[in-house]
Design a protein around this ligand. Sequence first.
Ligand code: EPU
Length: 306
Amino acid sequence: MDSKLKKQLRYLDGVEVDWNVTLAGHTSLRVGGPVSCLIRPLSLAGLRSAVQVLNQNHYPYFILGRGTNLLVRDTGIRAAAISLESGFSQVERVGSSGKIKVGAGLSLSGLLRFCLREGLSGLEFIVGIPGSVGGALCMNAGTDAGVMADVCQEVALLLSDGSLTRLSGAQLRFSYRKLELPADSVVLEAEFSLTPGSRENMREQLRQLLKARKEKQPWQLPSAGSVFKNPPGDYAGRLIEAAGLKGTRVGDAEISMRHANFIVNRGQARASDILALINLAQEKVSQKFGVHLELEIEVVGNNNKT
Ligand code: EPU
């Protein structure tokens, strides 16, 4: 990033900027090289001006949620990362109904705590899913107990030209692990429609969902959740296990013994180790079953040196 752009970003109102930030500290896999800077807008005005400056300078940027579905290459990314955690984590009830308005930067665990406190049911399925509200919306996160599409009524967006818009009802095109959004738009907040529920019943449901999750998935080691989407009519975990790959290691990265669709970091794994396991799983499953495994996690970064 050249010094002129650095200077412009440094003097913007309503944003905090850190330079040359290693993303290993900002991803659940605990791997990944640096971004040019990490921008934390404290307000909508701050976000808008940062995006405007980056666009004017044709400098790439991306929104960094909680980094829970992200594999950043070891060489890092020539881009600015923008975190909505500081300025966009508000949550409030809308009127006396079960409607709530939530900032994209709020963590899913923070959202769930609010729902429990307010006795609002409908989002229990997110228990144990790490990540931010914005990230969860963009990938229609969920489990077999529910997905974001079930409860999301409206999404507010910042468009690449700096204007604001809202998508609701049929305009919200959710599908399996996907929400179609205009190019380069940023999810700012969302409205969810929930129903009043007994706190005791909610707590019991959360306890059971979490227990089931912990029994099936590796939760003590860093990971990015499911690595691949389930192919139509089958399960990525089943296919990878049937290809004989459970427990396969490259460096400190391992195809989990507990759930084959998870790759865990046993300590000092590098992104290149994880990518090698991803390639191996795709290759073996394709050879053995003729099925292409499509990534659920997002891989970002310069790929010339990994
Ligand atoms: N299976 C195996 N071997 C394994 C793992 C799974 O044979 O190592 C088989 C299981 O026996 C089961 C089937 O595969 O018959 C499905 O497994 P599981 O119930 O664990 O669900 P999943 O389809 O692998 C999905 C989501 C998870 C979510 C769970 C629970 C995807 C890609 N994954 O997993 O979401 O937690 O259901 O509802 O849709 C995530 O998206 O990051 C994530 C963790």
